[in-house]
Design a protein around this ligand. Structure first.
Ligand code: GLP
Length: 244
C-alpha cells in the first residue's frame, strides 16, 4: 500500500493497532504485539500515544515482544532499544511493566541460548503474535535477521552485517564502535504472526523493498519471506515504492 507521505501512512497503521487492542479488550483477552525500533515506526508510536491521551486507548491488556537489541547493551545506553521503546512509547502509555518483553543485552553470553528459547516459548504460550510491526534494513533484513537467515530461524544471537553496521555508525559515533552482535527474534515467530505490517520510508529503502516484494523468495533478502505470509502488508511512502 503506497501513501503520499509517512505521516498519513503511520496514522493508518496506528489505527489498525488500536482497533486490535480494543477488540481484544472487549473479549477480555491480551493483544500480543511484536514491536520494532528504528526511525520507521516512530510516528506510529506517536499516534498511539495521542490516542491514549486523547481517546482513552488503554494498553492494560497489551503484551509486547520487541524484535531485537544490540549485544552487549545496557538498557540506559543511548543506543539501547529498551531506552528507545521507553522514550518512544512505553513511558507515555499505561502498559503494565511486566507485559513488556525486550531481548536482554546485559546477559552473560552463556545465558543467551536459554534466554532466547524462553523468549520463543513465551510467545508460543500466548498463541503467537497477534500483530508484528517491522522495518526493513537496506540489506533486506527484518529485526536483525541478516541475509542468510532461514525462514524457520529462532530467536538467537546474530552477527551484524556490514551494511547494518554502516547504517548504525552514526548512533554509535563511528563504524568501529558499532557493536558486532545483536539478539533478534527469529524469522519463524514473525512468519507465525497473524498479521504483519512492514514500514518503509525514503528512497534509500526503495531497492530493498523492490527486491523483497518482486524478487525471488530468498534468504539473501529475509523480508522476501513475507511473500509467503497470508496477511502481510508493506506500507510505503512514494519514495520507498519508487523501484517497484
Ligand atoms: C535496525 C533494526 C531493524 C529496523 C532497521 C531499519 O537494523 N534492527 O529492526 O527495521 O534498523 O531502521 P530504520 O527504521 O531506522 O530505517
Amino acid at each position: 500500500r503506497i501513501y503520499s507521505d509517512s505521516e498519513k501512512a503511520s496514522k493508518a497503521v496506528a489505527h489498525e493497532i488500536a482497533s486490535l487492542i480494543r477488540e481484544r479488550a472487549k473479549e477480555k483477552k491480551p493483544a500480543v504485539l511484536g514491536l520494532a525500533t528504528g526511525s520507521s515506526p516512530k510516528k506510529v508510536y506517536q499516534e498511539l500515544i495521542r490516542m491514549h491521551k486523547e481517546e482513552g486507548l488503554s494498553f492494560k491488556n497489551v503484551i509486547t515482544f520487541n524484535l531485537d537489541e544490540y549485544y552487549p547493551m545496557q538498557p540506559d545506553a543511548i543506543q539501547s532499544y529498551v531506552r528507545f521503546m521507553k522514550e518512544q512509547l512505553f513511558d507515555h502509555v499505561d502498559i503494565p511493566l511486566n507485559n513488556i518483553n525486550i531481548p536482554d543485552g546485559t546477559l552473560p553470553i552463556e545465558k543467551i541460548p536459554e534466554f532466547c528459547k524462553d523468549y520463543d516459548e513465551k510467545i508460543e504460550k500466548l498463541g503467537g503474535l497477534d500483530f508484528q510491526l517491522l522495518g526493513i534494513g537496506r540489506n533486506g533484513h527484518i529485526g536483525f535477521n541478516e541475509p542468510g537467515s532461514l525462514i524457520n530461524s529462532k530467536t538467537r544471537l546474530m552477527t551484524l552485517d556490514i551494511s547494518t553496521k554502516i547504517d548504525a555508525a552514526i548512533d554509535f559515533g563511528g563504524l568501529e564502535k558499532v557493536h558486532k552482535k545483536a539478539i533478534t527474534m527469529g524469522v519463524e515467530k514473525i512468519m507465525h504472526a497473524k498479521r504483519v505490517i512492514l514500514l518503509a520510508w525514503g528512497e534509500h529503502k526503495a531497492e530493498s523493498v523492490a527486491r523483497a516484494v518482486e524478487g525471488p523468495v530468498t534468504s539473501d533478502i529475509p523480508a522476501s519471506y513475507l511473500q509467503q505470509h497470508n496477511n502481510a502488508t508493506f506500507i510505503l511512502d512514494e519514495t520507498a515504492a519508487a523501484a517497484l
